[in-house]
Design a protein around this ligand. Structure first.
Ligand code: EPU
Length: 431
């Protein structure tokens, strides 16, 4: 397995180019199954979750052709199976999107329970199931697979009110409804940039989806989607992670290829901490020369502060003068990384959903282990800011969602390298 060795304490300086958004890509790739034609998708991030989605697509009979590093052509005209391979699909949460897409196009889908979750478990999919059922599907769980079948061969329209704001349920229901008969309405929908991106992708292929980005999405079912070309939006969380890295380690970086509006929630909080952020058309200049100041943060669905930035911002706050409070209100438990930060000298107490962060003068390098994607990103940030050497293990989590993170940080002057060590076993993660 791979580990990262980081010599911390060097300010970051230079430019970083942000890749396409992971959480848009892992939905848009399965959504290509809805298209009876060729989709050309640009700005595809080169990360392991995306490769896995493309492998699953290929196993179902899709043609997958890389045109260049970030452009792929997906041909879903000759799909021969509606059952995803168990081992591949169970590894990622995003495999749930294959249910919406297969069900929408073929009226049936069999997909392994995503990420080992169960109905009503830690990462429930009850709202996805509520949507599919309202659209006329019967959903059962058999042998580790979720099986969804349109009772009359084709789904019909429905009014669906989501009981919780769920990105996954909003996107999955959107996929299953674009080819359904009639007009579907999703209320209390998620408004994240990747929800809008999926709607734009589907519309560019011939769907009729309106209202994405508000809490009411209206979908008029069409007979079929044909091919087209689409570019994925930049990754809000990847950009936020580099901003947080510059905040923690100090220095000045130019974050390129971003949509500044998507960054507002992160920019505002970093500015409260004393970080200077200058906005340009599609770049942000981030500078930290002064000591960091405390702030309080609560994660919320978009446009609130993203839960996927919570570990990274907590790491920044671990170096800010004073006591900061961080409240996680999207996920039940997203503080597993705190024990690792404590190894590096952070002073953080977790009380249920709140982390009480008492800023310390500096962190010290240590051997630490990533427990999931964003936890891993937080440890990289901590290691960059820390005095001395850190060794980060289980970095396969990080590589699920960050393209070329080592090279991108090296280009910013960071002393980070990737080394191969004998395998100690892998775990499944979230994402
Ligand atoms: N929820 C339910 N029932 C459902 C679905 C969700 O109760 O049927 C609850 C969840 O338990 C959670 C909340 O609703 O408390 C939000 O979950 P959501 O469905 O929005 O999350 P997701 O679609 O499973 C995506 C991202 C996550 C990100 C969340 C929230 C992907 C592949 N994953 O997950 O990203 O944290 O939205 O923004 O898009 C990451 O990238 O590191 C990551 C974990």
């Amino acid at each position: 397995m791979t580990k990262y060795i980081v010599e911390g304490g060097k300010p970051l300086c230079g430019e970083v180019e942000i890749s396409g958004a992971k959480n848009a890509a892992v939905a848009i790739i399965p959504a290509a199954l809805l298209v009876n034609g060729i989709c050309r998708i640009e700005n595809v991030p080169q990360i392991s979750d995306v490769s896995l989605c493309m492998n699953i697509l290929e196993q179902l009979g899709a043609g997958v052709r890389m045109i260049n590093r970030h452009t792929v052509e997906l041909d879903c005209r000759h799909i021969h199976s509606t059952r995803t391979p168990y081992e591949m699909a169970r590894r990622i949460r995003a495999s749930s999107y294959f249910i919406g897409a297969l069900l929408g196009r073929f009226g049936q889908a069999e997909v392994a329970m995503p990420g080992g979750c169960n109905f009503g478990g830690v990462r429930p999919i009850d709202q996805h199931v509520k949507g599919f059922t309202a659209l006329g599907a019967q959903v059962t769980v058999e042998g580790g697979f979720i099986r969804a079948v349109a009772q009359n061969g084709r789904l019909h329209s429905a009014n669906i009110y989501l009981d919780v704001v769920s990105v996954g349920a909003t996107m999955n229901i959107m996929m299953s409804a674009v080819l359904a008969e009639g007009n579907t309405i999703i209320e209390n929908a998620a408004k994240e940039p990747h929800v809008v991106d999926l709607a734009n992708f589907l519309n560019s292929m011939g769907a009729n989806v309106r209202g994405a980005g508000t809490d009411t999405i209206k979908i008029r079912g069409v007979e079929c989607l044909t091919g087209g070309s689409y570019a994925i939006i930049p990754d809000q969380i990847e950009a936020g992670t580099y901003m947080a890295a510059a905040a923690a380690a100090g220095g000045q970086i130019l974050v390129k290829n971003i949509i500044p509006k998507h960054m507002d929630c992160i920019t505002a909080k970093l500015q409260e901490c004393g970080v200077e952020v200058e906005e340009h058309e599609d770049t942000l200049l981030v500078r930290r020369t002064e000591p960091l100041r405390k702030t309080n943060i609560k994660t919320l669905p978009y446009p609130g502060f993203p839960t996927d930035m919570q570990p990274q911002i907590t790491t920044v706050l671990s170096l800010a003068k004073g006591i900061s409070l961080v409240t996680e209100s999207v996920w039940g438990n997203r503080y597993r990384y705190v024990d690792e930060l404590r190894r590096m000298g952070a002073s953080i107490q977790v009380d249920d959903k709140t982390a009480i962060v008492e800023g310390v003068d500096h962190l010290s390098g240590a051997p630490v282990q990533a427990s999931d994607l964003r936890a891993g990103a937080a440890l990289v940030i901590a290691a960059l800011a820390a005095h001395g050497q850190s060794e980060i293990s289980c970095v396969h989590y990080i590589e699920r969602g960050y393209e070329n993170i080592v090279a991108k940080l090296q280009a910013l002057g960071a002393d980070i390298r990737s080394v191969e060590v004998p395998d100690e076993g892998e775990e499944l993660g979230i994402g």
